[in-house]
Structures are given as C-alpha cells and as structure tokens.
Design a protein around this ligand. Sequence first.
Ligand code: SF4
Length: 429
Amino acid sequence: MVSVDQTIQLIRTTGRNAQGQPAEACSPALAKGPWEFDGVLQYGPGSSMSDVIPVGSPRQGALPLEYQRAGVEELHERIRAAKQTLGDRVVVLGHFYQRDEIVQHADFLGDSFQLANAAQTVPNAEAIVFCGVHFMAETADILAQPHQQVILPNLAAGCSMADMADIDSVEECWAQLEALYGTEPDAEGRVPVIPVTYMNSSAALKGFCGRHGGIVCTSSNAETVLEWAFERGQRVLFFPDQHLGRNTAKKMGVPLERMPMWNPRKPLGGNSGDELLDARVVLWHGFCSVHKRFTPEQVAQARAEFPGVRVIVHPECPMAVVDAADEAGSTDYIRKAVAAAVEPTTFAIGTEINMVNRLAAEFPQHTIFCLDPVVCPCSTMYRIHPGYLAWVLEGLVAGETLNRIEVPETVAADARVALERMLDAKPKA
Ligand code: SF4
C-alpha cells in the first residue's frame, strides 16, 4: 500500500495538523490507496463519503499492480521521467484542492476555470492531463483545440455536488416551470426564467443552459452572471449549488422568501405554484459536502481563540457561515487575500484542507488554519494519486491514451454558447 498524503500522515503520526494544532482525520481509510475503492460504488473516504453516488457514474478499472505497489519516490521519479520524455506534448493541470504529491508535478495550479483557460495557452500540448474532477476535465475538453485530448487520471474522481443535478431531473424541472410560467416575455422583454449553472456541473447541464438562453457562472463571477440573467429574465433557476446561489442573491438584495428550493423528488420541487410565481431565484437542492462541514460555531471558536482573526470562507459554505465570516470568496479570492496581507495576520479559512495547508506553507509569516478542526478532504479530489498520474503519463509515452474525457460535439457546442455568454458578461460599472 502506498500512502503519500502528507496531510493525513501528519495527523495519523502526531495528531496535529500542519499548524501544530490538534486535529483528527475524518476517516482512517484516507491512508489507503484510492484503488482500494475502485470496486465500491461510493465516492471514497472524505467529505462526500456519505453522499449517494448516482447509478451510471464513471467507474475506474483496476490500476495495474505495478503502480499500486510502487513506492512514493519511485512514482515521483517515473512521473518526472515520463513528463521529460513527452516534453511540451503534455501539460499537467493541478486543482488547488489536490494533494501536494500531485501539485508538485503540475505545470499549472488553479481553480477549474483558470485551469481550463491555462490549457489553451499551450496549443502544442496534444494531451491535457487534468488532475481535478470529472466536470473540470469536461470543461477543458469543451474549450480544447480539436487536436488535444483531455485525460482524467482516475475516472472515479467525480464531484458529489455536480452529481446532485442530472440532466433528466433538470429537464423535468424545466418542463414544470414552463407549464407554470409559460414562455412569453413580459412588457420589458424579460423571459419568465433563465437557467444558470455553476461551473461545477456536467457538460450536459452547461449545454442545457446554452440551449435555453442561460449561462454558466463561477464562484468568482456569480454576482455579475446573476445581474446578466436578471436583465434578461424575471427569475433564475440556479443549479446545482444552493449555497452559492443563496449567498450571491442575498448579497444582491433578494429576500430569502423569494428563493424557494427545488427538490427534484417532489412535484413542483416541493413548492406551491404561488411560491414559484413569486420567486426571483429557484435554488436547486445541491451542496458541496466539503463546504457544508463549516459552521458558525467554528467561526465563533476561531474568534474566541484568536482575537483579531480574519475569517475568510468560500461561498459554497452555508449562509450562516458566510454571514459569520469577515469575507467570502472563491479559491482565487482567498489566495489573493492571503498573498496581499502585508502585516503578519491570523487567517481562519473555510475551504478544502489541501489548499489551506498549502497556503500555510507558502506564507509562513501568517498563521493560517482551517476552520474545521477535522481533516476531511474532498473525497473525489483524493482519488487522484501519483500512481494514476504515473499510469496515464507512461501510457502516453507508450502511445496509448488512457481515461480520455470526450464531450460529444452536440453537447459541447451548446455548452460553449453558455460559457461564452459568461465570458462576455461584464460587471455593472
Ligand atoms: S470540493 Fe465540493 S464542489 Fe469541489 S470537487 Fe469536491 S465535492 Fe465537488
């Protein structure tokens, strides 16, 4: 068994996190190799381990034994050697939430959209190895050049939040909303409802938005995108993350009672017709299990222990946590806020543990810790391990493309429309 996650190892051997504070891991299974879960229909140990994985989710076949049994240093050496052989024919992208053992091999580090854009800056790369999760690899494929192939090292690296909104449920919701609202614009030319999907969604949902006059948003531009949508529609259907939708709309002044939640298992999503007619934002019932772990009590605890602490959380956190924090923003916002702090500062951060630990290591002049004392990484990011990275890179050296993610052009064309609308949406002056 190869255990390479330094964060988990530290906790298991010392009971302390990277900042020397007492901590525990949410599951001892995190110390296992991800291949131990490939035959099991679950997201794997970590924040999403209790979520229900949809039937038909991509499954990863067995990782060849030589990669399961290789030592950490051997895997790093093989990855470096394969990258050197491939040269600029390959680019490796690493998401902020990846473990350090993967990030050290990434040519670019960033959030999902930054990485999809980064891939476009290396047109010579024939292969884009995306060390992130499934929807990110799909977005990279949608935006890639025709000669580029996108590879996800472990097909089991999905996203439990993205999986909470599937295309069939959204189509069914849309049919019910159209029956209720009709399709005619009002006197100001605004259609009854505009669909907005978070970047963290399948290509099929991005395509749905492209086909229905809708748009994609990221956690950095959600407010600008909602402004765009309100100019064109009387209301918004926002999926899959209820928290990003609620936190953003609330900041824009939309009252909570005008944000009903849509539960796809109930008629009219569990709402009355009047509630839906009065809605400004209909929120899908999805959430991120990493960010759902943060609580207002953790914020209070941080303030009690560290007077003057600066609390920054991700807008995928529940509203009560965002309200209790000093600031809320995307991973990029959090990183820039820490980097911009001139005086030594204590930061309590509400986002994924791998990113928080990396910030702490990168900015030792500050005290930086995760709001959640339990170390519980994103279950699906955890599925990417150096063993899988070595496997797909050596496959490329041997002339074989393993784990290719390919979005059908019919879907990709519509999804591109929704992504381009997002790129064209400008903040109000
Ligand atoms: S952190 Fe949350 S939204 Fe991001 S990949 Fe993991 S489960 Fe999905």
